[in-house]
Design a protein around this ligand. Structure first.
Ligand SMILES: [Zn+2]
Length: 416
């Protein structure tokens, strides 16, 4: 098994090693993908909730040519071997120099150390135990075994965590055997113990937390930089809390500020006045919609009156059949229902501008027509769909079939 340099030296970015094994994984877009095993490595493999490192392996060919193999993924197999994924094959026995991307590792250590602290503080402050956690590419989350957390409690936890960051408490690591770890757990000194045999790695944040973990951590809480809680979401096992640490917290806050600035500029107010401005805008919009509804009803009543005067009753029926140049589907329905209030009257309406054309069929109850069945059957002839109740039905049909549909329906509606 390889020597894991990241356990003892989480800040180490370069190391010398020898290739111990190589295997071909797959072809990816015409390119071979290989996995290389080393006798020692500083590359952290994905595991324990922490994402893998990236970086480079550099080898010197006998010809003197330098070969650089970018490492894009690092995984640990069940046997404990660590495989470094690369597009360049490096033969067993090759001496290599490894360089890991410190910015990426440092970011992971900030999120991961921050997670330990956050879990401990959630437990201490409001009795919420962490069930699981995830360190993501953009945001990290912990799942808590609670139903809800108030905004006040979120603030309380966020401030408590950031106070501990300012205290710059040491973060240390030690290994103990299983028996000792179980005794610590039983005594309530250890927050969590994974079900694994052998020695247990304990990470301690002085005076705050003791937890078993195989990840990489910072030397002191001050290095976490800052922690920002971003929100909560209900999940099956409780409540998911999103958080960001360090430079990510700064970037996230910056993005939030830019979004809020943009929203405030659109509203022509200061950032702190944006919520009130949106409130006002929504109230105005609601009032506007109400007024629009009132005007449409008045317009429909007036237009219905005019159409009823224009259309004569024949064979005891009056059919108002029109293609309107103005309005929308809502207005069409309003007008149809208004027309059907008149005795002996039915209406077949569409809009000129739309394709497929919306259709509304309505009839006064005294005509004993079934608008739903009539429209559904007629549209069925053209492979179109629609339906509704006896008094009112709706559907849509391609414009090209509209005239044929009117010719089909009008005789039935006139009763001729
Ligand atoms: Zn950890």
């Amino acid at each position: 098994m390889p020597e894991r340099l990241y356990y003892a030296e989480p800040f180490r970015t370069s190391f010398e090693a020898h290739v111990s094994d190589i295997r071909q994984v797959s072809h990816s877009r015409g390119q071979m993908v290989w996995q290389v095993a080393l006798d020692r490595t500083a590359f952290y493999p994905t595991g324990g909730g922490q994402p893998h490192d990236t970086g480079t392996l550099t080898a010197q060919a006998p010809s003197g040519v330098t070969l650089q193999a970018p490492i894009v993924d690092v995984v640990e197999d069940e046997a404990g071997e660590i495989w470094h994924t690369t597009a360049k094959p490096l033969l067993a026995g090759t001496a290599v120099r490894g360089e890991i991307d410190l910015a990426r590792r440092h970011d992971h250590m900030q999120q991961h150390s921050g997670q330990h602290l956050l879990s401990a503080v959630f437990l201490r402050e409001i009795g919420a135990a962490t069930v699981s956690f995830h360190l993501g590419e953009a945001a990290s989350t912990i799942d808590l075994a609670v139903g809800s957390i108030s905004a006040g409690e979120m603030e309380q936890v966020e401030e408590a965590v950031n106070s501990i960051l300012a205290e710059d408490r040491p973060i240390s690591m030690r290994t103990v055997d299983r028996t000792e770890a179980e005794a610590l757990l039983a005594a309530g000194a250890l927050r969590k113990l994974p079900p694994r045999e052998g020695t247990i790695r304990l990470i301690e944040i002085a005076g705050v937390d003791l937890n078993a973990c195989g990840g990489t951590h910072l030397r002191a809480t001050g290095q976490i930089g800052g922690l920002l809680l971003r929100g909560t979401e209900r999940v099956k096992q409780g409540l998911r809390v999103e958080f960001v640490c360090g430079l990510r917290a700064v970037r996230t806050a910056r993005t939030d500020r830019m979004l809020l600035t943009r929203a405030a500029a659109l509203l022509s107010v200061g950032r702190d006045q944006a919520p009130d401005a949106i409130d006002r805008l929504l109230a105005e919009s609601k009032a506007g919609n109400k007024e629009k509804q009132r005007l449409q009803e008045a317009l429909a009543a007036s237009e219905a009156g005019r159409l009823l005067l224009e259309t004569a009753i024949e064979n005891g029926r009056r059919l108002v059949s029109r293609s309107l140049s103005d309005g929308d589907a809502g207005y069409l329905k309003l007008l149809a229902s208004r027309l059907a209030m008149a005795p002996q009257t039915c209406a077949l309406l569409t809009l000129q501008a739309e394709d497929p054309a919306p259709l509304v069929l309505s009839a006064n109850g005294d005509l004993a027509l079934d608008c739903g069945a009539l429209l559904r059957d007629a549209l069925g002839h053209f492979g179109a769909r629609g339906g509704g109740s006896a008094g009112m039905a709706q559907g849509r049909i391609p414009r090209a079939d509209l005239d044929a549909l009117f010719s089909l329906l009008e005789p039935a509606l006139r009763g001729s």
